[in-house]
Design a protein around this ligand. Structure first.
Ligand code: FNR
Length: 186
C-alpha cells in the first residue's frame, strides 16, 4: 500500500475539545507516514429517514471521504459513560447503504480508538460502547492498544485556558500510531 489515508473522527464539536487536541497531536506524530485528516462533520443533519434519499450534501461529502480512507481513528469524549450523540448520528448515516447493491462503507474498515476526559475513568466506558457499535458495523477494530487519558485538567498548559500539554503521553501515542499503521497494512 502507498501512504495510507487515515480519517480522524473526533466525537466533540467543541472548539477547544481535548479530543481534537489529542487528534492533532497524533497527526504530528504520524507525520509523513500517513495522510491523516480530521473529519469536519458539524454540518451533517440529524438522521431522519424522511431526508435519507437522496442523501443531503454534507452526508455525501463525509461518505466520500470515509470511502476513500484506509482507516478511521476515533477520538471519543465520554458523555454519561458513553460516546457522544454527534458521533452516533454520524455513524448512523455512514452505516446506511448509499444505493442498491452498494457495500456498507464501514465494513472491514480498520478502526483505532483513543479518548481523553477530565474524569478519572478516562473514556474507557465510552470506548467500550463505541467498540460494541463499530463491531456491529463490521469495522475491523484494533482493541490493543487503545489510548485512555484520564484527568485532562492535570495536563493543561498554565494560563492558556483549555490548551493541553500532552507530552507525557508521547510514547503511548507513538506506540498506538505505529500499531495502527501496521494493523492497516495487514
Ligand atoms: C460529560 N463529561 C463527562 N466526563 C466523564 O469523564 N464521564 C462522563 O460520564 C461525562 N459525562 C458528560 C456528559 C455530558 C452531556 C457532557 C457535555 C460532558 C465531561 C466531558 O467528558 C468533558 O467535558 C470533555 O472535556 C469533553 O470532551 P472534549 O469536548 O474536551 O473533547
Amino acid at each position: 500500500m502507498n501512504k495510507p489515508k487515515i480519517i480522524a473522527i473526533v466525537g466533540s464539536l467543541r472548539k477547544e475539545s481535548y479530543n481534537r487536541q489529542l487528534a492533532k497531536e497524533i497527526k504530528k506524530i504520524i507525520g509523513e507516514h500517513a495522510d491523516f485528516e480530521l473529519l469536519d462533520y458539524d454540518d451533517v443533519p440529524f438522521m431522519n429517514q424522511d431526508i435519507e434519499y437522496p442523501a443531503p450534501e454534507a452526508v455525501k461529502r463525509v461518505r466520500e471521504i470515509i470511502k476513500a480512507s484506509d482507516g478511521v481513528w476515533f477520538f471519543t469524549p465520554e458523555y454519561n459513560h458513553s460516546f457522544s450523540g454527534v458521533m452516533k448520528n454520524l455513524l448512523d448515516w455512514l452505516s446506511r447503504p448509499t444505493g442498491k447493491g452498494e457495500p456498507m462503507l464501514l465494513s472491514n474498515k480498520p478502526a483505532a480508538i483513543s479518548g481523553i476526559t477530565p474524569g478519572f475513568a478516562g473514556t474507557s466506558t465510552a470506548q467500550d460502547h463505541l467498540v460494541m457499535l463499530i463491531s456491529f458495523l463490521n469495522m475491523r477494530v484494533m482493541n490493543n492498544p487503545r489510548l485512555v487519558i484520564p484527568n485532562a485538567m492535570q495536563h493543561l498548559n498554565e494560563g492558556q485556558g483549555d490548551n493541553l500539554d500532552l507530552s507525557n503521553f508521547t510514547e503511548r501515542m507513538e506506540k498506538q500510531a505505529d500499531a495502527f499503521l501496521k494493523f492497516i497494512a495487514k
